[in-house]
Design a binder for this molecule. Structure first.
Ligand SMILES: *[C@@H]1O[C@H](CO)[C@@H](O)[C@H](O)[C@H]1NC(C)=O
Ligand SMILES: *[C@@H]1O[C@H](CO)[C@@H](O)[C@H](O)[C@H]1NC(C)=O
Length: 398
């Protein structure tokens, strides 16, 4: 661990000013109950919208946004439930806004609504719009509320949301679209609760992260070796909810010097993630544990459940190490879209996942400079990715 300290020092000292260019980002401490007004945004763009609240089995209250009609289309309850349903889940630090940011004619949610789909968008637990719980107060019971990994999203948020939508629309299947962590959650859901394969007609994963054997970012890979001590230290410093570019006041004042490996590591991770996410219009919040779970997987070069400690693993899982997610159980018709300029997901890992998933194909984006977040922010995503998705969904009758 100490061996990489010189590297850490060089990186931090050589780093430029932290990215402060994230528009609309909220400073830490201003959280309160503020959320993004998605309905207002959809109305402004010419779409009728609905907000629904879905409560999970463990009490999280999630905001779900629905666009049931085309742009400027007359509201009509009869046609609403006859449309095929698409459900979309955002990535880490994203929210339902991710899928409308590009605006009418360009954003995936709007394109699908205009094509005649009943479009639903989720906000995972911990995201500003889903920062509610039946009994926990996220501002008071911070540690308990934000004890969240992508597995909770996959195994608790997704079943609650999917069942709610299918029940309300009277459908037996829906289409799934997930960006980044929204793809991870899909992989977790259908490996751990394979009965959900029957409820999903098709899935398009946009840089959906699963296998991490060839994780591309070298610096994050090095830091991932020490995920557990860094995570434990972060919790001790009160770094629990990651909201906006500042992370928290402790890190705002912190400096990197040779005798604090964990602080340096957190500053570097914050810097790198800030750079990666700075094209997102809004940073919607997440838990440090979500980052740590990815870190554990990068370290172990695998896609597996949360690592507690050998003893706790033994009690919870019956093995010293956490079990891997069995993605071979995923029978849904899946397209994994990926790009070669992605610092969080390597081409080889995508290909390797598709090899073990029986109905999965891979699709490389035909622009080499396209990046991880471009899937929701690049204006040419329509031509490069979304047109393909629309065409593939149109082949189904749901
Ligand atoms: C449409 O359904 C909503 C409830 O979902 C109801 O309040 C409304 O009156 C209905 N509108 C029409 C025109 O039937
Ligand atoms: C790769 O993506 C990043 C954004 O993550 C972008 O800044 C950079 O220019 C891209 N690099 C290449 C070689 O296309």
């Amino acid at each position: 661990m100490l061996g990489i300290l010189p590297l850490v020092t060089i990186l931090v000292c050589g780093a430029q000013a932290l990215p402060g260019n994230v528009e609309n980002a909220l400073a830490y401490g201003q959280v309160a109950d503020r959320h993004f007004n998605v309905e207002e945004r959809l109305l402004r763009d010419g779409y009728y919208s609905e907000s629904h609240t879905v409560t999970t089995s463990d009490g999280y209250m999630l905001e779900i946004n629905r666009i049931p009609f085309r742009r400027h289309e007359t509201v009509d309850n009869a046609t609403k439930t006859s449309k095929p349903v698409v459900f979309m889940l955002h990535g880490l630090q994203g929210s339902s806004i991710s899928y409308v940011t590009l605006g009418p004619g360009r954003a995936l949610a709007y394109i699908l609504a205009d094509e005649g789909y009943d479009v639903w968008m989720g906000n995972a637990r911990g995201v500003l719009n889903s920062r509610r719980h039946v009994t926990l107060d996220p501002n008071v019971d911070v540690e308990e509320f934000f004890d969240i990994t992508f597995e909770d999203i996959g195994m608790k948020d997704l079943p609650a949301i999917i069942d709610y939508i299918l029940e309300l629309t009277g459908k037996s299947k829906l289409h799934y679209i997930g960006h980044s962590q929204g793809g991870t959650a899909f992989l977790v859901l259908n490996s751990m609760l394979p009965e959900y394969n029957q409820k999903i007609a098709s899935a398009n994963l946009l840089a959906g992260v699963g296998y991490q054997e060839n994780f591309p970012n070298r610096v994050l890979s090095l830091l991932a070796i020490s995920t557990n001590p860094i995570y434990t230290y972060a919790l001790r410093q009160g770094i629990i909810e990651i909201l906006g570019p500042d992370w928290n006041s402790f890190l705002n004042d912190a400096e990197c010097n040779d005798d604090n490996f964990e602080t340096c590591s957190l500053l570097i991770i914050k810097e790198i993630m800030g750079d990666l996410f700075n094209t997102l219009e809004t940073l919607a919040g997440a838990s440090i544990k979500q980052y740590a779970h990815y870190g554990q997987n990068i370290r172990s070069k695998s896609f597996r459940r949360w690592y507690y400690s050998p003893i706790t693993n033994l009690i919870k899982y019956g093995s010293l190490n956490p079990p891997e997610y069995q993605i071979s159980a995923i029978t849904v018709d899946v397209t994994m879209h990926y790009t070669v300029n992605d610092s969080l997901l390597d081409e080889q890992d995508v290909i390797d996942m598709a090899k073990v998933m029986p109905n999965t194909r891979t699709r490389k984006v035909a622009r080499e400079t396209y990046s991880h977040t471009d899937f929701v922010v690049a204006p040419d995503s329509k031509e490069l990715v979304y047109d393909y998705i629309v065409e593939s969904l149109n082949k189904y009758e749901l």
